[in-house]
Design a protein around this ligand. Structure first.
Ligand code: FSO
Ligand code: SF4
Length: 542
């Protein structure tokens, strides 16, 4: 096993025995193989595309399979084995459908095209099978960015929104990571293209979410509990939430969000359910203690699941691409719907949740809501009431050094506003930082994918101020990352020309010194340091 895809990788180098996240070595190796099978499928499917033979089942399989390898998504050996098996079947069926001669004409097929279920175990398909440090670094960056892209494209797809350009890019990128003729320049180009396609993907998901569920509205979200049994839903899948709300309507069971599902409280479509109570708990890494106290069933719709404690194991359910051995999985039916009866039945026998906190937090400032008060914001900037915006989007994590983000938020001058998205917000969204003339000092756009909203807001502000370059706005970036969706968001920001990003709590382990130099020279990326030193840098940018 060697896995270094997330921020919490062992010693900031790589997990080699078992993952810090709890992923077993055996599962990590199987995930490497699954990715290799996706590359093999892509090799043939690009030819199928050329012949006009791409099939929707292939798009879906690649998204699901890739998503399953994201940090904290699928720990289940059998599930990954099943993806590998189905992947080979799909690859072979694509091969047979290609016009005759199209594959026969190929001489010296690369190993990725000829891999079989029998020999895959003997091939070295792990990260270090690429010997050159810089090529390996770029292949990894591309792969992790595409994992994030697959996850976001998956969410859009579930809601019926798709874009062939995204699927095709993922296939092209997967194959490119096996092509030894591609050097540093070509791979750097692909990493940047990944960012551009990332913007497309984020925009597509934004469209999918807002056209399906309405534009999020500024919302006061309850963080306390009621005295009825509840079901807790975590992850990012709004379609699962919708179905759960529909199926629990009138049953006397309350629904609470956890972690990255918190922003769902701000969508108009979900507000009509009177059993939708609010948010319970904090970011993903605190789920052990919080799930224990919830008392009722818990649904994990996407990452981030962590190995469950015995005490609540019988109350935790996975669905979609999430998997963990021994837990009950709710499968999608033929018609695309899901039946959450097992959770509902268990909830009826459960005690109400134990109260963790009380009070409220405010969310729902995605682009539409934020721009509806654009005049107010522009006036506040012009009058000097707001001196600067600090984008503190991204992820939260379990490492102690993330206290930095709470300290940074507390230390910010009172005339600054934090723009946030993703679970990073849990480090400061309960601090009561106040407001500036009615504009909250923490403007929460939503999930990590809603970082797109922050870009839209920045672009509109630049327009309003007559600036050609968004880097000239009084906006600084202090971003926290954890897993691969954040890698995609970062690449997307770079592709939009955002410079001077401070990134933490550590830089990605896969970035080699030379690749880092490219990022620094072209984008002036820097690693975070201390609150004091970073405050000086960030408050004096542009
Ligand atoms: Fe957090 Fe996990 Fe959204 Fe990530 S829940 S860490 S970037 O998967 O997804 O922000
Ligand atoms: Fe380690 Fe992160 Fe990979 Fe888990 S996902 S094995 S913690 S690098």
């Amino acid at each position: 096993m060697f896995c270094n895809q997330c921020q919490e990788t062992f010693k900031s180098i790589g997990c080699t025995k078992n993952g810090v996240c709890g992923k077993k070595g055996e599962v990590a190796d199987l995930q490497d193989r699954l990715i290799y099978v996706l590359k093999s499928i892509s090799f043939y499917n690009l030819k199928a595309r050329d012949a006009g033979l791409n099939e929707e089942a292939t798009d879906r399989f690649i998204l699901d399979g890739f998503f399953a390898t994201l940090t904290n998504t699928n720990f289940d050996k059998k599930e990954i084995e099943s993806y590998i098996k189905k992947g080979f079947e799909l690859r072979d069926s694509i091969k047979t459908k290609l016009p005759s001669g199209i594959t026969d004409a190929e001489k010296d097929l690369p190993a990725v095209a000829t891999v079989t279920p029998e020999n895959i175990g003997s091939l070295d398909v792990a990260v270090h099978s690429t010997a050159d440090e810089d090529i390996r670094s770029l292949r990894e960056l591309l792969t992790y960015g595409m994992k994030g892209m697959a996850a976001y494209a998956h969410h859009a797809y579930i809601l019926g929104y798709k874009d062939e350009a995204i699927f095709e890019f993922i296939e092209k990128g997967l194959v490119a990571t096996t092509d030894d003729s591609l050097g540093v320049e070509a791979l750097t180009g692909l990493v940047l293209e990944c960012g551009q396609k990332g913007v497309l993907t984020l925009a597509l998901l934004d469209k999918a979410n807002t056209e399906t569920y309405g534009n999020p509205e500024p919302t006061v979200v309850n963080i306390g509990v009621r005295d009825r049994p509840g079901i807790l839903i975590s992850g990012h899948d709004l379609r699962d939430l919708e179905q759960l709300l529909e199926q629990t309507k009138g049953t006397g069971i309350d629904i609470y969000t956890h972690g990255e599902m918190l922003p769902a409280n701000s969508y108009p479509a979900f507000k009509k359910y009177d059993n939708f109570v609010g948010n319970y708990g904090n970011a993903w890494w605190r789920q052990n203690e919080e799930f224990e106290k919830f008392n009722g069933p818990i649904l994990l719709t996407t990452n981030c699941i962590i190995p469950p404690r015995e005490s609540y194991r019988n109350r935790i359910y996975t669905t979609g691409v999430v998997g963990f051995e021994g837990l009950t999985h709710i499968y999608e039916k033929e018609d695309g719907t899901k039946d959450f009866t097992p959770l509902i039945e268990q909830a009826k026998m459960s005690n109400p949740p134990e109260q963790l906190e009380s009070g409220t937090i405010v969310g729902g400032f995605a682009h539409e809501a934020a721009l509806s008060v654009a005049d107010k914001i522009i006036d506040a900037v012009k009058s000097g009431a707001i001196s600067r915006f600090i984008v503190m989007a991204g992820c939260d994590g379990r490492h102690k050094e993330r206290a930095y983000y709470t300290d940074f938020a507390k230390a910010l001058p009172k005339d600054t506003v934090i723009l946030t998205a993703g679970c990073a917000k849990y480090r400061y969204n309960k601090l009561d930082l106040g407001d500036i003339g009615g504009i909250p000092r923490v403007i929460d756009a939503g999930q990590c994918n809603d970082s797109y909203s922050l870009v839209v807001i920045a672009q509109k502000l630049a327009e309003a101020f007559g600036l050609k370059d968004i880097n000239d706005l009084p906006v600084s970036y202090n971003i926290a990352w954890y897993e691969q969706k954040a890698v995609l968001v970062l690449l997307a920001l770079l592709s939009l020309g955002v410079k001077n990003i401070t990134l933490g709590p550590t830089l990605p382990a896969c970035v080699s010194p030379n690749v880092l130099k490219v990022l620094v020279d072209n984008f002036n990326i820097r690693a975070n340091t201390t609150v004091e030193a970073d405050m000086k840098v960030l408050l004096n940018q542009a």
